[in-house]
Write a protein that binds this ligand. Structure first.
Ligand code: FAD
Ligand code: SF4
Length: 503
């Protein structure tokens, strides 16, 4: 039996947990991070498309179930740093509108319990921590900022520049993507072709292990226990969390503390609360609202590959531009979404989906294609939810919401890109297993009957319990989530009275 204790115990070391640990380290608070995975090794396979995409080297074998009981492989990575070890490091801020209630023709995106202005100082801090490179004055929808980006935007390669010029000629304002890679003077990034979706072999990607947890551990007040999987939270007689139960490297694990924070990712944090059900709490802990696990959102995303047969795409680092002209208004009074260039897809990566197409054909296509993600907001629904079976297995009930908006924006994007010279467009709509942007399973709010957490991610029901990961999002917006998760983690670390929470 392994016994541990700390003043604050964090479950999970991804964007939420790793960043919170950094924030607590700045305050010298005794903190233990429990991570079910190990440190992801730096090795040749980090940059091998076959190892990463075909062999799923860094993904768990675990499967989840859909509504019909069919198994699928979720988009999770159980390693130190969580999903940020392989993420695309695109780190935009949400727009001011994303924090307000927004009506769509067939759905409502609810307001957040705090405004952009409340999070802005922590966006500044998060951009500095995660070495964000970006520029201002290009994107008509960019939110106001009190400080410039810490580092200038990544330069665009000639192929991307030419595409931007073709979009500008249509009256659009293509802009630089805010990116977290270490291109500072003397930084370790070599701008390779295997960044988006791959771990960085050089440790130059701004993931939460590299930028937040590592420095936190160096400070001395934060400790990390790897291969430590929490399976259950237990209440004490006072109704507060008394201990966590789990296993560490095959041994039973018991961890005591004053305050407990779940940062296991939207699905796993909700699953842990439900798996901790008791006869007094039959639907799980912290669930007086009945909303734990519900309002599961993932974004409405489509990957598109666009081919201009007359232009060879020799780009190495493609993910430097985006188009947000239609983010707030598609021209009909309703928001559209974001169009972002993604990492250059290679023939071997296409093979994972186009299994029947010969590799030679895919390589030729990849040599003339540019790849994008079209991202629009999905709206919360109590019917979209995560549950756990008796044996602890995660089940996801999910139907697309607000999808008519996605179709309208996608049609607009197709027309813009055709005018930019892309005569062939291939689409891959995200399915249930492409849930890397999941959020919303323990929403924050001011009304305890309509939310699980307060605006600082503290449970309305259990005084010494917080959930600091993407689960707190009341709505999903249509921008990449990680910087907002980090900013909120820093806000929670700085603005929580940790003495009072523990008392
Ligand atoms: C391929 C890919 C590309 C992406 N690209 C981008 C991008 O460009 N920009 C962006 O903003 N976002 C991107 N994302 C999404 C982003 O990575 C996530 O939104 C973010 O990491 C979520 O943070 P989190 O703290 O909620 O969860 P995670 O970062 O997933 O962390 C959860 C952690 O908890 C651990 N854990 C889970 N259960 C337990 C347990 N029971 N006990 C102990 N530990 C546990 C996990 O191992 C993991 O380390 C991408 C994701 C993927 C997969
Ligand atoms: S582009 Fe830079 S940060 Fe990304 S994997 Fe390559 S070296 Fe690492």
């Amino acid at each position: 039996m392994i016994r541990e204790s700390a003043r604050v115990v964090i479950v999970g070391s991804g964007m939420g947990g790793g960043t919170l640990a950094w924030g607590l380290a700045q305050r010298g608070i005794d903190t233990l991070v429990l991570e079910r995975g190990s440190v992801l090794p730096r090795e040749a396979e980090n940059w091998s498309p076959e190892a990463v995409f075909t062999d799923r080297r860094y993904k768990p074998a675990e499967t989840w179930l859909d509504d019909d009981g069919e198994e699928f492989h979720p988009g999770v990575h159980y390693v130190v740093g969580g999903n940020t070890k392989v993420y695309g490091a695109s780190l935009p801020r949400f727009r001011e509108r994303d924090f307000a209630r927004t009506e769509y023709p067939s759905g409502v995106s609810p307001a957040w319990p705090f405004a952009y202005a409340d999070l802005e100082p922590y966006y500044v801090q998060a951009e500095s921590l995660y070495r964000v490179h970006g520029s201002t004055g290009e994107d008509p929808t960019e939110p106001w900022r009190s400080r410039p980006f810490p580092f200038p935007a990544l330069p665009h390669e000639p192929y991307v520049e030419e595409t931007m010029a073709r979009l500008s000629a249509q009256g659009l304002h293509p802009s630089s993507t805010a990116m977290g890679i270490d291109l500072r003077p003397g930084g370790g990034c070599v701008r390779c072709q295997t960044c988006d979706g791959f771990p960085c072999r050089l440790g130059a990607k701004s993931d939460s292990e590299t930028c937040a947890l590592g420095p936190a551990l160096a400070g001395g007040s934060v400790r990390l226990l790897t291969d430590a999987r929490v399976t259950r939270l237990e209440l004490g007689p006072d109704g507060r969390i008394a201990r966590l139960i789990g296993e560490c490297s095959g041994e039973p694990l018991v961890v005591e503390g004053s305050t407990f924070v779940l940062s296991a990712g939207a699905a796993n944090s909700a699953a842990l609360l439900m798996a901790s059900r008791t006869s007094d709490h039959p639907t799980g802990l912290a669930n007086s609202s009945g909303l734990v696990g519900r309002n599961y959102m993932v974004h409405n995303n489509t990957h598109i590959a666009t081919i201009d047969p007359r232009r060879v795409n020799d780009v190495v680092f493609q993910k430097t531009m985006c188009v947000n002209d239609f983010y707030n208004d598609l021209g009909d009074g309703y928001p559209g979404g974001a169009l972002q260039a993604i990492g250059k897809v290679q023939g071997s990566m296409m093979k994972t989906h186009a299994t029947r197409v010969p590799r030679k054909v895919l390589d030729r296509m990849a040599g003339r294609s540019m790849e994008w993600v079209v991202m629009t907001e999905d709206t919360p629904s109590v019917h979209n939810r995560v549950t756990v079976d008796q044996d602890g297995r995660i089940r996801v009930s999910w139907r697309r919401t607000n999808y008519d908006r996605h179709e309208v924006f996608l049609a607009k994007v197709r027309s813009l890109l055709r005018k930019a010279g892309y005569t062939a467009i291939f689409e891959q709509r995200f399915s249930i297993d492409m849930n890397s942007h999941m959020c919303g399973t323990a929403v924050a709010g001011t009304d305890p009957s309509a939310s699980v957490l307060d605006p600082w991610c503290r449970s309305h029901d259990i005084a010494n319990l917080l959930v600091v990961d993407s689960a707190f999002f009341p709505s999903s917006a249509a921008q990449n989530p990680a910087l907002t998760i980090a900013a909120q983690a820093l806000r929670v670390a700085a603005e929580t009275d940790w003495e009072k929470v523990a008392a």
